[in-house]
Design a protein around this ligand. Sequence first.
Ligand code: SF4
Length: 224
Amino acid sequence: MHDQKHFSDISSKVHRLELIYEQLSRNYPTFDQTDDPWMTNGLSSTPFRCLVSVCLSTMTITPRAVKACVPLFERVSNFEELLALDDEALRTIIKPVAHYNRKTTNLKIMCQQILQDFGGRIPDTHQDLMKLQGVGRKVADIMMNFIFHEDTIAVDTHVLRVLNRLDIVHTSVAEAAADQINGITPAHYKRHAHEWLIQHGMQACTARRPRCGACCISELCSYR
Ligand code: SF4
């Protein structure tokens, strides 16, 4: 009896999630169709740029990440050049991002790891990506989705907030939410789910004042 109820809860949640994705996909473009400064400034235009940008963007809003990445990518275009860049010069260039001191150290160690342990190539599994200095679950998930085209939903602060408000997950731990949402999202929505959820979190379901009155999925949400 208990198992049947559990199954029915999961299946109704999956059904509601399908309806949510259907609405989001109608209301938001995929990242490659947006004029988001991340895309227009080519922050993910090569695997090297993508990994470095995503690492620099943690705890940082996009405009600040762009402000650091654009001049950085005018100076360096691969891991050898980044490793060769003087620490002080790197620190100065990436100053717009949060924790730029720690990120300077992490980037240098990450370059050494990629060059020495992975033959100069970015590892293509979650497990190996997370061996890199400064790379956690979210960065690894984004790399697997953006660069290695694995259908994985990365959970950042926006996605986590939206999923909790929608009553799809009940956790403040991003890794736990990532496990749950990846487990119940239908395969055909996984490729772009992160992109829709993050846009919804930034444009409608904002942290301080969600715009529930104008929300395209308000009928599927009990948070008010
Ligand atoms: S109804 Fe409000 S809380 Fe729910 S998803 Fe929309 S904006 Fe977020």
